[in-house]
Design a protein around this ligand. Structure first.
Ligand code: GDP
Length: 529
């Protein structure tokens, strides 16, 4: 491996933001891009959500609801680091997409609303991060509003998310009385001035908290409270341990206000310093190191209709080793076919540009017409298959009702393609001829129906079903499996890749079946093949 290659890898930072809707992810993203010089003015990120996709029909669903269905990649440079921020749909109905994006990052930023603490979507996303022990830095946002006590926020995170908190900054007051933050590592204070779009001034160093200068800076009341808090922290909070952060058993915590651009620079500085560069990734045969010469990577997301005029799809591909150069030939191993990557796209903050080279950690977009599936591996030599890009068990189910039976073929094609893109999951019950749709969020059904109509000319609706959960099932003991299938035939279906899935009306039913068939294994996620 060359020195240059190693240098390129070590300056890459590829991450995603996890949060509950409204915690401030979009606002924070925008500020990060401002610092990175990738956008020039506030408001740009919000407008991206509506303007760029306005031409696409099925995106009308997104526009109407004012939510972001798509996931995009924003690339920016900060202090000589090449940062890839993988944006994720904020709406929980598209969490399946978000889950998958998290398989392609090296670390995550978690945004928590100081008024609300840990919310449901944060908990779910955290579960996904835990699958790969993704290191997480926490930003507690909206300190300009009255919220929960900082210590209570830390206990909330520790209790609900089962991760140790190590505060690296500490708020001085909150709401109307918010004075600034105290940097626990550098022992300096940065004073808060609301509503500024520029970087805050450098911090004021306070060597000793007993110094009366502190009272002059923030007032007696806030100064005393800070002294008390810090004393308390010294006994109660965990000291920051870099190794624990990397293992994802501890999260460093920062406080601030994204909308006021306060605490964001400190967060970004800490982020580039602490967060890991691309590391080795697992395949079915061995670990692949980013420093290896051979090119390799995998697809973690497919986006249809980026350009509705061409009915194209873009496969989002993460480079894992070697170097991508324009026009290179790679093997698409699932199909055993050689592909020329001539028109790959790299994603900048606001536009797409052709890419000439990309390194491990970078995301490139590959245009295709439906040949690439989520989880597909491409390499320039050795046959490999990356693991850890799972399907997530759906929580909502609908039966498809086709209005014109003559369109059955088109229905099949549309559903299969959408299943491959990961837009929705499709099941065929072992008894009967139905198509069952499975989704993590119900809005996925609406998008599926709109797309069936627009792209495949299929008029269909859907009906509710009694199922509420799905588990992929397998068992080494053939006799037990046969018996299991016989007894549960009305609850079994094959997914789009032919894997047997158990659909249940609720946990009680699942637990009951588990008790009856202890040898059968019920999986909540399934790796693509
Ligand atoms: P997202 O849904 O997580 O992307 O959240 P947004 O970034 O869209 O923010 C949700 C709302 O919170 C918006 O009205 C923002 O203006 C507001 N917001 C974001 N950051 C702050 C903050 O630091 N303080 C206050 N008071 N409001 C904020």
């Amino acid at each position: 491996m060359s020195n240059k290659h190693q240098k390129e890898v070590s300056k890459r930072r590829t991450f995603g933001i996890i949060s509950h809707p409204d915690a401030g992810k979009t606002t924070l993203t925008e500020k990060l891009l401002l610092f990175g010089g990738a956008i020039q003015m506030a408001g740009a990120v919000k407008s991206r959500k509506t303007a760029t996709h306005a031409t696409s029909d099925w995106m009308a669903v997104e526009r109407e609801r004012g939510i972001s269905v798509t996931t995009s990649v924003m690339r920016f440079n900060y202090h000589n680091y090449e940062i890839n921020l993988l944006d994720t749909p904020g709406h929980q109905d598209f969490s399946e997409d978000t889950y998958r994006v998290l398989t392609a990052v090296d670390s995550a930023l978690m945004v928590i609303d100081s008024g609300k603490g840990v919310e449901t979507q944060t908990t779910k996303l955290m579960e996904v991060c835990r699958m790969r022990n993704t290191p997480i830095i926490t930003f507690i946002n909206k300190l300009d509003r009255d919220g929960l006590e900082p210590l209570d926020l830390l206990s909330d995170i520790e209790e609900k998310l089962q991760i140790e908190c190590a505060p690296l900054s500490w708020p001085i007051g909150m709401g109307k009385g918010f004075k600034g933050v105290y940097d626990l590592l550098r022992q300096q204070i940065t004073l808060f001035t609301p509503s500024q779009d520029t970087r805050p001034e450098d911090g004021i160093v306070v060597q000793d908290l007993a110094d009366p200068m502190l009272d002059t800076l923030v007032g007696n009341f806030a100064a005393d409270k800070l002294r008390e808090d810090i004393e308390l922290l010294q006994g109660a909070a965990n000291p920051f341990e870099y190794e624990h952060y990397l293992k994802a058993s501890q999260t460093p915590v920062f406080f601030g206000s994204a909308i006021n651009n306060f605490g964001v620079r400190e967060l970004l500085d800490a982020f580039v310093e602490l967060s890991p560069a691309p590391g080795p990734r697992a395949t079915t045969t061995r670990l692949v190191d980013p420093g290896e010469e051979g090119f390799s990577g995998f697809t973690f997301k497919i986006q249809a209709n980026m350009d509705p005029a061409h009915r194209d799809r873009i496969a989002f591909f993460r480079v894992c080793s070697g170097k991508f150069t324009r026009g290179m030939k790679v093997m698409h191993h699932r199909l055993g076919k050689e592909v020329n990557l001539s028109n790959a796209t790299i994603f900048m903050a606001q536009e797409r540009a052709h890419v000439d080279e990309a390194y491990p950690g970078d995301i490139i977009g590959i245009h295709n017409h439906g040949t690439i599936k989520i989880g597909d591996t491409f390499t320039d030599r050795e046959e490999l298959k990356f693991t850890g890009i799972p399907n997530f068990a759906p929580e909502h189910f609908r039966r498809v009702v086709l209005k014109n039976p003559l369109r059955m073929k088109q229905l099949q094609k549309g559903l299969l393609q959408m299943a491959e893109e990961g837009a929705v999951q499709v099941f065929r019950p072992i008894v009967g001829n139905d198509y069952i749709l499975g989704a993590v969020g119900v809005l996925q059904f609406e998008v599926t129906m709109t797309r069936l109509k627009d792209e495949y000319g299929v008029d269909a609706t859907y009906e509710p079903l009694k199922y509420t959960l799905a588990r992929w099932v397998h068992c080494d003991n053939k006799r037990v499996m046969t018996e299991f299938e016989k007894k549960n035939q009305f609850n079994l279906a094959f997914d789009a890749e032919g894997h047997l899935t158990y659909l249940a009306e609720g946990n009680w039913r699942l637990n009951h079946t588990r008790e009856l068939f202890p040898e059968v294994i019920f999986d909540k996620t399934r790796e693509s093949v």
